[in-house]
Design a protein around this ligand. Structure first.
Ligand SMILES: Cc1cc2nc3c(=O)[nH]c(=O)nc-3n(C[C@H](O)[C@H](O)[C@H](O)COP(=O)(O)OP(=O)(O)OC[C@H]3O[C@@H](n4cnc5c(N)ncnc54)[C@H](O)[C@@H]3O)c2cc1C
Length: 452
């Protein structure tokens, strides 16, 4: 009998499998697709370096940095360029730089006078009760603490950029637990954040999070983990059933039409919630999962577009721009990919990655290539002064991209927790449990491997 079987070879499953293997455990990782890493992969084509899914890894702590070193990827690491520290938000059809200092915030046209006042008054606003806070949405929280202007032109586009989601539907304590913690701990976001920083300094845990990639793109991270796992990783293999039999977990999967089975003491389930529900589980697990709510996964399209640099008027001096849902462009936003990291486009060319779809635009879920391209080019023309057609196009579509931490998320997570408590050796992780950022999924894999 094996020590552990990991279901799913996204970044969480690969990390869990690799760390368990490093501890000397007999482990197998089973992944449905023929490539590892879920949406994380990088393509070099015609001199462009394109990310099909995530574009940046926000390093959450020192441990993830040390994992990169241990994997031998330290020399591959790429910091964001200084120019990318600027971020734009679209207002009245124009990208406006996000204020980088309190002084800039006062003179910045992104927020009205009332909005600026709302922000300044944040530390003096009253808290609500624990009970009321439990199901408070991100939108209600931000409106309550900072006013509607801040919601429309800071939080709404930010939520769109991270979750491709709707702040009126996401539950604050699940989607942004740190923000909720700041209010709970300090009585206000600002006071809580200061307290949090001081505590980290005192405890020696302060860490300045930063966005990174790799010279050959983010795809090298799952590829390296996959290489380390060697033949312990089964690609092109779909888990079909999981049975609890005689204190062991019996996992079945199909690869190229053939069925395989193995027994393990533990299973680490690192699958999307809909995939967990599709598996044929033994009772009573099947029934309990069946009655747990479904999480919503909106579709997201990523269009990587290459242009000659002189086709675009805008300086592209930033990370990119986000579009608030109040504004008329239909794109969710665009990353100035070749400004973000070195080596993303040929000399005298630039690469822009346009995101479309999300919860705000369900009508684009199954949109055809020409429609998506038409919207992207029309919006880039208005927003950054694009002239002419792209000289390079790469489209990646994710029909079920990112789980939404809406009202369904709490009961979903509780259902998984109660199953874990009841069944020895059953553990759930990944982005339908532990946070949706790539860094959160890596830490989720670490948490699971600690259960071995
Ligand atoms: C377009 C896009 C852009 C993003 N941008 C960023 C970004 O810039 N920064 C950031 O931090 N995060 C970003 N994210 C989020 C981040 O990439 C994900 O949350 C993270 O990679 C999830 O990893 P995971 O291992 O938890 O899940 P997944 O990567 O979803 O892994 C689950 C795996 O299970 C496999 N699977 C499904 N069913 C079965 C089955 N029956 N048997 C076996 N295997 C199965 C799937 O093929 C998949 O590989 C983005 C996501 C998308 C889609």
């Amino acid at each position: 009998m094996q020590d552990a079987i990991v279901l799913g070879g996204g970044i969480s499953g690969l990390t869990a499998g690799y760390l368990a293997q490093e501890k000397g455990y007999d482990v197998t990782v089973i992944e449905k697709k023929t490539t590892p890493g879920g949406p994380i992969s990088s393509i070099r084509e015609q001199g462009y370096l394109v990310e099909t899914g995530p574009n940046s890894l926000l390093l959450p702590d020192r441990w993830v940095e040390s994992l990169i070193q241990v994997l031998g990827l330290e020399d591959e690491l790429q910091e964001t360029r200084a120019i990318a520290s600027k971020r734009y938000i679209v207002k009245n059809g124009r990208p406006i730089p996000v204020p980088a200092s309190p002084l800039q915030a006062i003179t910045n046209p992104l927020f009205s006078l009332g909005g600026k006042l709302g922000f300044l008054l944040e530390p003096f606003r009253k808290q609500i009760s624990e009970e009321e806070a439990e199901n408070e949405t991100v939108a209600d929280f931000v409106s309550r603490r900072m006013g509607p202007d801040f919601l429309d032109y800071a939080i709404d586009p930010f939520v769109s950029g991270i979750y491709a989601g709707d702040p009126h539907k996401l539950i604050l304590q699940h989607a942004f637990p740190l923000m909720r913690g700041f209010e709970k701990d300090g009585g206000s976001i600002i006071k809580g954040a200061i307290k949090h920083k001081r505590r980290q300094k005192r405890e020696g845990t302060a860490y300045k999070k930063r966005s990174v990639s790799f010279k050959t793109g983010l795809g090298i991270l799952p590829k390296t983990l996959a290489r380390k796992l060697g033949n312990r990783l089964w690609l092109g293999s779909q888990v079909t059933s999981v049975r609890r039999e005689n204190d062991a977990w019996r996992v079945s999967w199909i690869k190229e039409g053939e069925t395989f089975e193995a027994n393990a003491k533990r299973i680490f389930v690192c699958l999307p919630s809909y995939a967990i529900k599709q598996i044929d589980w033994s009772q009573p697990i099947a029934e309990r999962l069946h009655t747990a709510p479904d999480l919503i996964y909106p579709a997201v399209h990523s269009l990587a577009l290459g242009f000659k640099r002189d086709q675009i008027e805008h300086a592209l001096d930033g990370f990119g721009m986000l579009v608030p849902s109040k504004e008329s462009p239909d794109i969710l936003g665009a990353l100035f990919s070749s400004s973000l990291y070195e080596g993303r486009a040929p000399e005298d060319h630039c690469l822009i990655t346009v995101m479309l779809g999300g919860i705000q635009h369900p009508e684009l879920g199954e949109a055809k290539h020409e429609q998506l391209l038409g919207i992207a080019l029309r919006d880039l023309e208005k927003l950054v002064g694009l002239k002419g057609d792209p000289c390079y196009i790469h489209r990646s579509s994710w029909p079920q991209a990112i789980p939404q931490y809406t009202a369904e998320f709490g009961p979903w997570k509780n259902a998984l927790k109660s199953l874990e408590a009841e069944f020895d050796g059953l553990h759930f992780g990944g982005n339908c449990v532990d946070g949706i950022a790539m860094g959160a999924s890596i830490l989720s894999g670490k948490r699971l491997a600690a259960c071995t």
